[in-house]
Write a new protein. Structure first.
Lengths: 320, 496
């Protein structure tokens, strides 16, 4: 019965044994942390980690889909920065503008993402290059718009980050719901299947008559929307957008994807693995803070985790 | 059903199709033959909507069609099984079968139980035992092909095109495939069958269209012609010229390589064979008999689990490819794209790849010397290419194979192992490869040729070693050699 449950669980997330590895690591890390620090295992600290993981989770969700198609989105950091300054700059403290501007930011994120996807198709340049270029371009635009924090949002807007729903952080709960929705989409909607197929064998997908172009535009547009959601969350959290707010997210968003068992070559993996990857990274950083280890070491530990995680997922092929 | 009139298609620098005609009727199996580079694949892709013709018209199901994408041709009932399958290794069998035609339940969402049931039923109809939940990457090649055919059945296929379907399967699997094709034909499906194996055309095809160099040559009823006539249509050359005669008298030297009870984990058991200088020895048997594994065991590509290899009197119980090369061995692998050639590199780089010392000076590659060597080899082996800087990816299979042989002939001084050297290669290039093998043998190199094509084994070899299920079942000398004798040793039938 358990075996069956595990099997169907793995099947559902498409990452097979990968998911179990992340969950096992997460549990291990938690117990290790609980042993060395009382405050670490306190409910308020865990809720805090849960809340803080929201930004990373949202970017990584979009990133997972681009990686599933065999691509990558390196413009996410700059896009978050740009969208966040545009957002607080246009709202400029006016409560009435919050809703329309948020919608506008989401549309703009989707538009920039679509542009990424279309450029990949039109110019036949690898997404790595297209989005790297787009990232630089967007950062430039951001700095033209403002050189520092721009505008502000009404104080109450911090609800998206700190608000509580049944005692849980609102943003984080919304994020989990979104992950589950996307996981179901990938499994139960034929278009989701096409995303895997394009990443598995792009030429094959074309020969099969699958909507390859629509898939590419969709995943980059979705990544753009996820960036917009991250920007909204971050603006809520800090009360203002800043020109370098998103900077660290570009590389950070790839770590949970890889740790969660999605192959960088595409075609295999899933978003649930990514979500656990996000929690693993967030919990680890939190624990390192409690252990009074400098953030420089945190980077080193993260680097090691990426490399180790990937080596776990590599399909063990017969060495010739 | 399908009529192509005066189809032409050009790519930069080549006219791939020039005024080609083809007429395929419902309920017939129509063979499409021609040497590699004759334009069969381009024609196939034109029918499938991958390419759009520059001139001419396609009439399908009574209508003139202008497909702009493979999807349109597919929804019109055309299904192509390419030589390289269009399967997604990380998806399951069932997911592959219904890809693009997912079984849907409520709200248009994928209905997994239904998918599973339908996949099971389809596979059962094909008479194969495949678990729909397996990932495709875990299947054998023959099973993968059955999944491809199952896909065609889902799509309510009206025209099925198979490109070299038997290149990757053998024996029983071929029979099973033919049975399926005949059943489809009975159902009124039109089938275009591309194959280099002429026996098959006579076995299952009704009509045949011959192409050469992008031109249409002729269409015939298969019943009206014989094998030799068909070959002369294809190449304008006689069958007897296919296997070049030995250069001079047969003169075999000493045993240069011997295996003593060599076993390769689970695949080869206690194989003891001998190879003599100047002799062409064939290693025959069914696909899966352990021939490739024995070759890899000798070459160090797979670890020996017991036994030893003796090269020139020196005994090795462990082998690595680098050591094998140093001892004068060469291996032309079966899968030339995956294991043999660096497809994106040019001819010169590929030829000199295993012998960089010859072109390097002070640890740097001397490109002038490299080009010189490449030009010599291109002339020597009559490799058709635009020059030493031509990337091998754009060349035909036969010429790619010549590049690999040229490379190994440079470094290998004692034993050259060729695994299915003429698979997927046209008749003209086959003759070339046979000629090269003869020449290398005349120079005193021991040649071990793994081949599943019996006429080739009989026509080329001085001696044949037969394997079945990992065991050497017998050896035939030149005067004992016949296709029947080989088959008896290769199949279970005789073992009783």
């Amino acid at each position: 019965m358990t075996a069956l449950a595990i099997r169907s669980f793995n099947f559902a997330t498409k990452s097979r044994s990968g998911l179990l590895v992340v969950i096992a690591l997460l549990v291990l890390l938690f117990f290790f942390g609980a042993l060395i620090s009382d405050r670490f295992r306190s409910v308020s600290n865990l809720l805090n980690v849960f809340e803080q993981s929201t930004g990373l989770a949202l970017v990584s969700l979009g990133q997972t889909l681009t990686v599933l198609t065999g691509g990558i989105d390196l413009s996410v950091g700059s896009m978050i920065s740009l969208l966040s300054v545009l957002m607080s700059g246009t709202i400029d403290g006016e409560a009435a503008r919050v809703l329309p501007v948020c919608i506008g930011i989401l549309v703009l994120g989707a538009a920039i993402g679509s542009l990424n996807g279309l450029t990949v198709i039109w110019l036949r340049v690898h997404p790595l290059i297209v989005t790297l270029g787009m990232g630089a371009l967007l950062q430039g635009v951001t700095l033209l718009y403002t050189l520092g924090p721009a505008g502000s949002v009404p104080f109450e807007f911090d609800y998206v980050a700190y608000g509580r729903l049944l005692g849980l952080p609102v943003g984080a709960v919304f994020t989990i719901a979104l992950f589950i929705l996307v996981a179901l989409f990938l499994r139960y909607v034929p278009f989701g299947r096409a995303i895997y197929a394009v990443g598995d064998d792009e030429i094959g997908a074309r020969l099969m008559g699958l909507p390859r172009k629509r898939v590419l535009v969709f995943v980059y547009a979705f990544s753009g929307i996820c960036c917009a959601l991250t920007a909204i969350y971050l603006v809520g959290r800090f009360g203002v957008g800043n020109v370098y707010t998103g900077q660290n997210y570009t590389l950070a968003s790839i770590t949970p994807v890889v740790v969660g068992g999605t192959m960088l070559t595409g075609g295999r993996g899933g978003v649930i693995g990514t979500l656990f990857g996000v929690y693993l990274i967030s919990l680890l950083n939190n624990l390192l803070n409690f252990m009074d280890i400098s953030s420089h070491y945190q980077l080193i530990v993260q680097g090691l985790i990426i490399i180790l995680a990937v080596s776990v997922y590599v399909e063990k092929k017969r060495a010739v | 059903m399908l009529t192509l009139s005066s189809i032409s298609k050009s790519f930069p620098g080549v006219k791939a199709l020039d005024q080609v005609h083809l007429d395929v009727r419902a309920g017939e199996i129509h063979a499409l033959v021609g040497e590699n580079g004759a334009g069969k694949s381009t024609l196939t892709k034109t029918i499938a909507g991958v390419y759009q013709p520059d001139e001419g018209q396609i009439e399908y199901d009574g209508e003139i069609v202008h497909w702009t994408s493979p999807g349109e041709a597919k929804s019109a009932g055309i299904h192509v099984i390419y030589q390289e399958f269009v399967l997604f290794p990380h998806l399951s069998v069932a997911e592959n079968i219904f890809l693009g035609h997912e079984r849907r339940g409520a709200f248009g969402l994928i209905d997994y139980p239904q998918t599973d049931r339908d996949a099971r039923e389809l596979l059962q109809r094909l008479g194969v035992e495949i678990d729909p939940n397996d990932r495709v990457s875990e299947l054998t090649v023959a099973d993968q092909q059955m999944v491809e055919i199952a896909k065609a059945l889902v799509h309510k296929v009206k025209l099925l095109i198979l490109d070299e379907p038997t290149a990757v399967i053998s024996g029983h699997e071929v029979e099973l495939l033919f049975k399926r094709l005949r059943a489809l034909k009975e159902d009124g499906v039109a089938i275009i069958y591309i194959s280099h194996r002429l026996e098959e055309i006579f076995e299952i095809c009704d009509r045949v269209t011959v192409m050469k160099d992008g031109h249409y040559v002729d269409s015939k009823n298969v019943a009206d012609i014989d094998r030799d006539q068909l070959i002369s249509l294809m190449v304008g050359r006689d069958m007897s010229e296919l296997f070049p005669p030995r250069v001079g008298e047969a003169k075999f030297g000493d045993v240069v390589l011997r295996t003593n009870n060599l076993s390769v984990n689970g695949r080869v058991t206690n194989a003891s064979i001998e190879l003599r200088a100047g002799e062409i020895t064939a290693l025959a048997g069914m696909v899966g008999a352990g021939r490739t594994e024995l070759a890899l065991g000798i070459f160090g590509g797979l670890p020996m689990s017991s036994g030893s290899v003796e090269i020139d009197g020196e005994t090795f119980t462990e082998m690595k490819p680098a050591l094998a090369i140093k001892k004068g061995l060469g291996l032309v692998t079966e899968d030339r794209k995956g294991q043999g050639l660096a497809m994106q590199l040019d001819v010169a780089a590929n030829i000199t790849a295993s012998d960089l010392d010859a072109v390097a000076k002070y640890g740097l590659i001397n490109t002038i010397r490299e080009l010189q060597i490449a030009r010599d080899e291109i002339r020597e082996y009559q490799i058709a290419c635009r020059g030493p800087r031509n990337p091998v990816a754009t060349m035909s299979g036969g010429n790619q194979q010549k590049v690999i042989v040229a490379r190994w002939a440079r470094t290998c001084s004692k034993v050259l192992i060729l695994d299915e050297p003429t698979r997927g290669v046209d008749v003209g290039a086959k003759v070339e490869i046979y000629r090269i093998m003869r020449e290398l043998a005349a120079k005193g190199i021991a040649i071990l040729m793994i081949s599943s094509e019996l006429p080739e084994v009989v026509g080329m070899s001085d001696r044949v070693i037969v394997m079945r299920e990992g065991v050497v079942t017998g050896e035939l000398s030149k005067d004992q050699l016949s296709e029947e004798a080989i088959m008896q040793l290769a199949t279970r039938h005789e073992a009783a």
